[in-house]
Design a protein around this ligand. Structure first.
Ligand code: GLA
Length: 386
């Protein structure tokens, strides 16, 4: 135990997904961007071989000997540590495995604080994972790239936390850039930075947090994943990414209606992501509104992951003057985004708030986000990974 001065401060952002929902674990395409709400981790040295994590989410710290991480995560979601601590500790465990012999793990105190709202579908979990991953990578001399660190974050989430999520959130949090989205091919993990040009177009991205809580590790998310796997098996492909719009007619004849609608969402959503990238490049962000709305309708009707609050948010935002809107993230609650002309932000906010009140829903939290830089070291003490 030590109260030594910090070795440094590292941080990573939450993310908003512009379009491409539930496509990541189907080897498909996504277009998220990192936001200007971040999770920071301050790290201090210790004289023993223990990792201690504290956070602003929970008073209770968790301490684990580094040598005990394998045993702790012999199965997911161990009950012996607080749930939130499985994110940072899971990253330490996954990073040691990814870096192998090259990592020189030694004891550290980690203090985590976050401005990313929890449970809003803005990937507060990826922000923790990526902040801790860049910190440990540097302090343990692991030498991993940002892409490898994104995979470390996903491994932690899948195997230590036990949530069966894809690679989108960690990639956005690691590789995000100011004023741009990250176009990710989730099969090859190749990325392209796509400039969004929001301020030139006079647009803001409004987040409407419905305050309806969601949990990926249980229920709906897992079921949707299973439906997608069933659909791919029925079509004889490795992943739904391998299907195109032309395959849908055959798909309708070889699976039950519900599975078919899940498949149709993924296939059409992949096409919409590619189209959104094309339209952004040719015509700019004012032209993508219809694609966002089509994405929302597909999630509401075919994938069935929306809730009345999210549908209301989208509809009211359009009435208030948004260019386009859709729910973002895993669904079953969380947030919607709306692309809004700067001079209509107040009107859209009022329209959404009034519609929620009229429906008897809790007053939503409405705020703007800016596409921002990915994970990095905050203090000038050293260099973050590539
Ligand atoms: C959550 C998961 C992601 C992705 C989205 C849905 O955010 O963490 O991997 O599957 O849901 O697009």
């Amino acid at each position: 135990m030590t109260d030594a001065a910090p070795l440094g401060v590292w941080s990573a952002p939450g993310r908003v997904n512009l379009i491409g929902e539930h496509t990541d674990y189907n080897d498909g395409f996504v277009l998220p961007f990192a936001i200007d709400a971040r999770t920071a981790v301050a790290v201090a040295p210790r004289t023993d071989e223990v990792l201690r994590v504290r956070s602003s989410f929970d008073e209770t710290p968790a301490s684990v000997p580094i040598a005990g991480l394998d045993e702790l995560f012999a199965s997911a979601a161990p009950a012996s540590v607080p749930e939130w601590s499985t994110y940072p500790l899971g990253v330490a465990w996954a990073l040691r495995h990814a870096a192998g012999e090259s990592a020189s793990a030694h004891g550290l105190d980690l203090a985590i604080a976050s401005s990313v709202p929890v449970g809003a579908g803005l990937s507060s979990s990826a922000a923790i994972e990526c902040a801790v991953a860049v910190a440990l990578d540097e302090l343990w001399n692991a030498g991993l790239s940002k892409r490898e660190l994104a995979r470390v974050g996903r491994t932690a989430e899948n195997e230590a936390v036990g949530a069966p999520t894809g690679i989108m959130d960690q990639t956005a949090s690691m590789l995000g850039e100011t004023d741009a989205a990250v176009f990710l091919d989730c099969r090859t993990l190749e990325t392209e930075v796509v400039p969004l040009g929001l301020s030139d177009a006079g647009l803001e991205v409004l987040v409407i947090d419905t305050l309806v809580t969601h949990a990926h590790s249980t229920g709906g998310y897992r079921e949707r994943r299973a439906s997608c796997e069933r659909g791919a098996a029925a079509m004889g492909v490795a992943a739904l990414r391998d299907l195109t719009l032309d395959d849908l007619e055959r798909a309708a004849s070889v699976m039950d209606d519900e599975t078919f609608r899940r498949v149709r969402h993924i296939v059409t959503e992949n096409a919409r992501v590619i189209e959104t990238v094309r339209v952004l490049r040719s015509d700019g962000p004012l032209a993508i509104g219809e694609l966002l709305l089509a994405s929302h309708a597909s999630m509401r009707d075919d994938f069935e992951i929306s809730v009345p609050e999210l549908d209301t948010a989208v509809e009211a935002a359009m009435v208030g003057g948004a260019v386009g809107a859709r729910m973002t993230g895993g669904g079953f609650g969380g947030a919607a985004i709306a692309l809004v002309p700067r001079d209509r932000v107040a009107e859209v906010t009022d329209a959404v708030t009034a519609a929620f009140s009229a429906s008897g829903f809790r007053t939503p939290r409405v705020f703007t986000v800016r596409p921002s830089a990915g994970a990095h070291r905050d203090d000038p003490g050293g260099a973050s990974p590539r």
